[in-house]
Design a protein around this ligand. Structure first.
Ligand SMILES: Nc1ncnc2c1ncn2[C@@H]1O[C@H](COP(=O)(O)OP(=O)(O)O)[C@@H](O)[C@H]1O
Ligand SMILES: [Mg+2]
Length: 253
């Protein structure tokens, strides 16, 4: 399933947050959205997920969700959003509870194995590191076999080493079984490591500045790769002035 935005403009009372955004989210690709703080990235994700309706334009779903999909548009947030009193397995099981599934146990076992959490099935969130908590959130999202994963700064609460490990995990997961994701980040290193396409937004009101396609397979995007470094520099070139201006604007609000 693909998502399409047709000339979407969004306002909060008098303030235009996003302006005239037309965009395609291709299936089985990771689309990164980058842009300065406050430019409307999270708003764009809420519009894509149907949590808000655009003031103008339309958000369309094209094609059908995959077989066995229990929740077409599934979010992953920065703060993990786990229930502290439930075990790892219990947190994953939660999203399957409303469904009478003979193979519920098999789904749980599969997603815990894919996220390397099998040995921690009985642990409580407070016993886990931040990286493991986010892996539980990813396992929970995978359990519903979503059409599109909507990820809002999923690694931003983690330290840089844990971020690296989780990026490797996401590359591994995608390579074994490609999924469709919209990945919002302010971190350009994450964008060039994980994005098949990178959508650069301007400062508020967010408009599409440029769309960068990166053809290098995810598994070949090694650290210090000169092509990726050049792409990251190019992205920073696009964002730098916008970020500085956005920063100055926030000071005067
Ligand atoms: N529910 C809301 N009501 C009013 N203003 C909002 C709301 N959500 C976000 N905004 C404003 O819209 C702008 C974009 O916010 P957001 O989408 O969170 O940006 P980003 O995720 O890029 O930092 C910001 O100026 C923010 O203050
Ligand atoms: Mg945000």
């Amino acid at each position: 399933m693909e998502l399409k935005l047709d000339a979407v403009t969004h306002r909060y009372s008098d303030t235009i947050v996003l302006r005239d955004i037309s965009l395609e989210i291709p299936s089985e690709r990771i689309s990164c959205i980058v842009g300065p703080s406050g430019c409307g990235k999270s708003t764009l994700l809420r519009l894509l997920g149907g949590l808000e309706q655009p003031s103008e334009g339309a958000v369309r779903q094209v094609g059908a969700p995959p077989a066995g999909c229990l929740n077409a548009l599934t979010y992953i947030f920065q703060d993990f959003a786990l229930l502290p009193w439930r075990t790892v397995e219990g947190n994953v099981a939660l999203v399957l509870e409303d469904h009478k599934l003979a193979d519920r146990e098999a789904i749980i076992a599969d997603v815990l194995a894919r996220t390397r959490l099998t040995d921690f099935a009985g642990a409580l969130p407070k016993q886990l590191s931040g990286g493991m908590k986010q892996r539980v959130a990813i396992a929970r999202a995978l359990a519903v076999n979503p059409a599109v994963m909507l990820m809002d700064e999923p690694l931003s609460a983690l330290d840089s080493q844990t971020r690296e490990l989780l990026m490797d995990d996401l590359v591994g997961l995608w390579t074994k079984q490609p999924f469709t994701a919209v990945y919002v980040t302010h971190n350009l290193a994450e964008a060039v490591r994980l994005g098949h396409r990178i959508v650069v937004l301007s400062r508020r009101p967010g408009e599409v500045c440029e769309i960068v396609e990166i053809d290098t397979p995810l598994t070949e995007r090694a650290h210090g790769d000169p092509t990726l470094d050049a792409q990251q520099k190019h992205l920073w070139g696009l964002m730098r002035d916008e970020a500085a201006a956005a920063d100055a604007e926030l000071l005067h609000v």
